[in-house]
Design a binder for this molecule. Structure first.
Ligand code: MRU
Length: 359
């Protein structure tokens, strides 16, 4: 199932066209479809930092292509200097956002490729890096397909599925992670409902998730974040599927702020709570959720809404962009290789022992 066919009028999240990196600007959705040509290293860093490209898997793919863009003006340098610049510029791109491990994962994959490559000059090494970025891009699409296939049996006819933030096609270069089983079930003709939390402060649920699900013809209903527990209490939710930005070795995971509240409410009402997780989002180097760095963003995102101030001037505000949900609240991780159940410390490593994020 090709994601593009679900959204015929939407540009791809990320496109590499003849050496140019094109990003669908997600800050403008759903009302404007704007594709940005990202032409240098600073523009790549800003596009990630300012969430024009966002969602953990999409950030990983954008970082890989972005490193190629960042190295375009270095192709005439002697090889040793090119290699030194590559390490330096990758390190700098890695500072664009801290929580999604896919950023450092994608950059590390690129550096590993460069270190293993015995190219004779900088141009040849640059071409090898472009090929590696294309490979990461293709793998991302395949990971989404796998998650869709393994998550499909969880969605029963007539059921209600709740999701938070956007772990959809827009957050990846394929079918999304949390949305992949939803698209797979929809394709099978299963009739079910999706509830999407709006996801304050930046409204990824209201602007992106309901937009893409609606485009694909899925029955989706938008709710404010604070309605999630109430909707559950009325028996309307049979399953929760969320995405993740980083899964620690013990199964604690980070996702968009508000995910923890959803997990606690699902647990209270006995609703299965699944996390869609491609192997690129596993981080065995981080033992538990306590070590995951949480991005703290500008207070203005909380004190205003769609650019309009909504709180008194000079009010104190906090804006953690992510929270950590403890593994005890997770029913299972839907991965491209199958559903992983507790005890996660052992089962995650067992499934993915050979992957690059293994410690
Ligand atoms: O701040 P964002 O929009 O990048 O946050 C995105 C999320 O939290 C997603 O749920 C997560 O990255 C998983 S995307 C498949």
């Amino acid at each position: 199932m090709v994601a593009q066919s679900l959204f015929p009028t939407l540009a791809p999240t990320i496109e590499w066209r003849d050496g140019d990196l094109l990003l669908l600007d997600q800050t403008r959705l759903p009302h404007e479809i704007v594709v940005e040509h990202v032409a240098d290293a600073a523009a790549v860093w800003r596009a990630i930092h300012e969430l024009r490209v966002r969602g953990a898997p999409a950030i990983g793919v954008a970082a890989a292509y972005g490193l190629c863009v960042a190295m375009q003006d270095a192709r005439d340098l002697p090889l040793t200097q090119f290699r030194a610049e590559l390490e330096r510029r990758a390190g700098w791109l890695d500072t664009a956002r801290p929580t999604a491990v896919n950023l450092s994962w994608g950059l590390r994959r690129m550096l590993q490729c460069a270190r293993a490559c015995n190219a004779s000059d900088s141009k040849a090494l640059y071409e090898a890096l472009v090929d590696e970025a294309k490979q990461i891009h293709a793998e991302d699409q395949a990971l989404c397909e796998g998650i869709g296939m393994h998550g499909l049996p969880l969605i029963e006819p007539g059921s209600g599925v709740l999701t938070h933030c956007n772990a959809g096609a827009l957050a990846t270069t394929g079918l999304g992670t949390a949305t992949a089983p939803i698209y797979a079930a929809h394709r099978e003709g299963i009739v079910f409902k999706v509830f999407a939390d709006e996801t304050r402060p930046l409204l990824q649920g209201a602007r992106l998730t309901v937009f893409e699900l609606q485009q694909a013809g899925v029955d989706v209903t938008l709710i404010v974040d604070s309605a999630a527990a109430s909707i559950m209490s009325h028996g309307l939710v049979d399953l929760v599927i969320v995405g993740t930005d980083r899964v620690a070795a013990n199964g604690d995971f980070a996702n968009k702020i508000g995910t923890l509240s959803v997990a606690i409410a699902a647990n209270y009402y006995g609703i299965p709570f699944y996390v869609a997780c491609p192997s690129s989002t596993l981080d065995f180097r981080t033992p538990t959720g306590a070590q995951i760095e949480i991005e703290e963003r500008r207070e203005e995102e909380v004190t205003s809404l769609a650019g309009q101030p909504i709180a008194p001037r000079a009010i104190n505000a906090r804006n953690p962009a992510f929270d950590v949900t403890p593994h005890e609240l997770v029913t299972g991780f839907i991965t491209e290789r199958g559903i992983v159940k507790a005890p996660f410390e052992r089962s995650l490593r067992g499934f993915f022992a050979a992957e690059g994020n293994a410690a």
